[in-house]
Design a protein around this ligand. Structure first.
Ligand SMILES: C[S@@+](CC[C@H](N)C(=O)[O-])C[C@H]1O[C@@H](n2cnc3c(N)ncnc32)[C@H](O)[C@@H]1O
Ligand code: SF4
Length: 455
C-alpha cells in the first residue's frame, strides 16, 4: 500500500469510526451487576469440560503512565506470600465444588506482572494448580512477562514447571516513547528477554505492541516494527492505546499534546498492519498477528478461531475459571468477576466463599447474540445456516435478526460489508471496523456510554 493509499484509507475509516464496545464479552462488562456467590457455585455444577483457567497477578514494580490494566505497585509490606496463599484457597474451594471431574486445556497467568513473583513463588502457584486440577498433557500454559525485570532463574522455572507460551510486554522500542509511558524499558532488556525465552525453547513467543502511544510517529513505529520482525516472534498483538485520562489517574500524567490524534492513530494502525502482513504475518481479528504456519493463522483459515477474555485461541475450552483479584470467570452461560480488593479476596477465600462480586447471567437470547458476535469478531463472517443450526430451533436467521439486518443495510451501503442471502462478510479494507458490525447485534448498546474508539 502506498503512502497516499494509506491516507485515503485512513480518511474512509475515520469517517465511519465511532465508539463501540470491544466485545471481549457479550454483554460488555459495564453491564455486570451485583451477584451472589451461590449463583457462581450453582453455575460450577454445569461447567463445561475441558476448562480454561486464568490467574491474575496484580502486582508491578512500577505503574506505567499509559497502563489500562488492573495493576498496582504493592503498598507497604510485600503482599505476595499472602496472595499466593489466598490463590491456593480459592483454587481448593472451587475444585471442591467441581468434584474433580474437570480437565484443563488452557492456563494463562496475566496481570499486572506475573514475573513480579520470584522463581520459587511462580513454581508454588503452578503446583497449587496441579494439586487442584487435572491439567491435560497437551494443555497450553502461558504467562505475561515484563522484560525489564525478567531473570534467567524465572525463565528456567517457567519452562521446568510446564509453561509452554510466553508473552513479552514491549509496547514500543523507541526510547522517547518508553520515557513518556513511564516504563524506561531499554532495547537491551527487551532483546535479552527475547533471547532467554528463545533459548529456553518455549513453543511460542508473543510480543505486545501498542499504537497511538505518546511520542509515537509513523516513522518511529516502523523502526520498532522492523526490529521486532527481525527478532521473529510467533505472534504479535498491536493494541490501540486505550486513553481515558478522566477514568485512569496514571494516564493523566501523560502530556496530552504528545498523544497522537485520531488521524495519526489511523495512519499508525494501517502502516503497521501493512508492514506486518508484508513481513509474512497473518492478521487475526483486529489486533493480533501470527506467523502463517502458527496454529492461530491455521485456525483462522479453517474457521476454527475462538475468542475469550485473553484474546484469540484455537482451542475449544470456552468455560473459563478466573482466579485472583478482578479476574472474570465465564461459566455455564454466566460471567462472574472477583473483587478488586486484596483484603476482601483474602477474607472471602479464607472462609471458603468464592470472591465473586459482580457478573451477568445470560438469557437464551443473549447466548445466541454472543455466538453471532463471536463469529463476526473471529471469522469476519456470519453464516446464517450455521447460526440457525447451533442456536435457532425454529426461527430463520433473517426473521430473528430483522432489526439487526436493517441496521446493517446502511453499513452495506457504505461498502463495509457484503450482505448476502445467507451470509454476511466484512470486506477486507473494513476489518478494523468489525466492531461496528458486531454492534448491530448488541441489544445493550447505549449511545451515550463511554467506549474507546474503534481505531
Ligand atoms: C499486563 S500487561 C503485560 C505484562 C507486563 N505487565 C508488562 O507490562 O510488560 C498487558 C498488556 O496490555 C497492553 N496494555 C496495557 N495498557 C494498555 C492501554 N492503555 N491501551 C492499550 N493496551 C494496553 C500492553 O500491550 C501490555 O503489554
Ligand atoms: S503495563 Fe504492565 S508493568 Fe506497566 S503498569 Fe501495566 S501491568 Fe504493570
Amino acid at each position: 500500500v502506498t503512502k497516499n493509499g494509506i491516507k485515503e484509507l485512513a480518511d474512509r475509516l475515520l469517517e465511519l469510526d465511532r465508539p463501540v464496545p470491544r466485545y471481549t464479552s457479550y454483554p460488555p462488562a459495564n453491564h455486570f451487576v451485583a451477584i451472589e456467590p451461590r449463583v457462581f457455585i450453582n453455575a460450577l455444577k454445569n461447567a463445561g469440560n475441558p476448562l480454561s483457567i486464568y490467574v491474575h497477578i496484580p502486582f508491578c514494580k512500577r505503574k506505567c503512565t499509559y497502563c489500562g490494566c488492573f495493576s498496582m505497585v504493592p503498598p507497604g509490606q510485600n503482599p505476595v506470600g499472602q496472595y499466593i496463599h489466598d490463590l491456593a484457597s480459592d483454587m481448593e474451594n472451587i475444585s471442591r465444588e467441581l468434584q474433580g471431574h474437570h480437565e484443563v486445556a488452557q492456563i494463562q497467568f496475566g496481570g499486572g506482572t506475573p514475573n513480579f513473583l520470584t522463581a520459587g513463588q511462580l513454581s508454588k502457584c503452578m503446583n497449587h494448580l496441579k494439586e487442584n486440577f487435572r491439567i491435560l498433557e497437551d494443555a497450553e500454559i502461558g504467562v505475561e512477562l515484563d522484560p525489564t525485570f525478567l531473570e534467567q532463574s524465572q525463565v528456567d522455572t517457567l519452562k521446568k514447571t510446564g509453561f509452554n507460551r510466553v508473552s513479552l510486554g514491549v509496547q514500543d522500542l523507541d526510547q522517547e516513547v518508553q520515557r513518556l509511558i513511564g516504563r524506561g524499558q531499554s532495547r537491551e532488556k527487551t532483546v535479552n528477554a527475547f533471547n532467554m525465552c528463545q533459548n529456553a525453547g518455549f513453543d511460542s513467543i508473543h510480543i505486545d505492541l501498542v499504537y497511538g502511544l505518546p511520542g509515537q510517529s509513523v516513522e518511529s513505529l516502523q523502526l520498532t516494527l522492523q526490529e521486532v520482525i527481525d527478532m521473529g516472534p510467533d505472534r504479535l498483538s498491536l493494541f490501540g492505546f486505550a486513553y481515558l485520562p478522566g477514568l485512569r489517574p496514571n494516564q493523566a500524567k501523560i502530556p496530552c499534546d504528545k498523544v497522537p490524534g485520531s488521524r495519526t492513530r489511523a495512519e499508525l494502525y494501517l502502516t503497521a498492519t501493512d508492514q506486518l502482513t508484508r513481513a509474512g504475518y497473518v492478521r487475526i481479528g483486529m489486533d493480533h498477528f501470527a506467523k502463517r504456519d502458527d496454529e492461530l493463522a491455521q485456525a483462522l483459515e479453517q474457521g476454527r478461531l475462538h475468542r475469550n477474555f485473553q484474546g484469540y485461541t484455537s482451542r475449544l475450552a470456552p468455560d473459563l475459571l478466573g482466579f485472583g483479584v478482578s479476574a472474570i470467570s465465564d461459566i455455564a452461560g454466566a460471567y462472574f468477576q472477583n473483587t478488586k480488593s486484596l483484603e476482601e479476596y483474602s477474607s472471602r477465600t479464607g472462609s471458603g466463599v468464592p470472591a465473586v462480586l459482580r457478573g451477568f447471567v445470560l438469557s437464551e437470547e443473549d447466548k445466541i447474540r454472543r455466538q453471532v458476535i463471536e463469529s463476526i469478531m473471529c471469522n469476519k463472517r456470519i453464516s446464517f445456516k450455521e447460526i440457525e443450526k447451533c442456536c435457532l430451533s425454529s426461527d430463520s436467521f433473517n426473521k430473528h435478526f430483522e432489526e439487526s439486518l436493517e441496521k446493517l443495510s446502511s453499513l452495506a451501503g457504505q461498502g463495509l460489508i457484503e450482505l448476502n442471502r445467507d451470509s454476511i462478510e466484512v470486506k477486507l479494507w473494513a476489518w478494523p471496523l468489525v466492531r461496528l458490525v458486531a454492534a448491530a447485534f448488541d441489544e445493550y448498546l447505549e449511545p451515550g456510554a463511554v467506549y474507546s474508539r474503534v481505531i
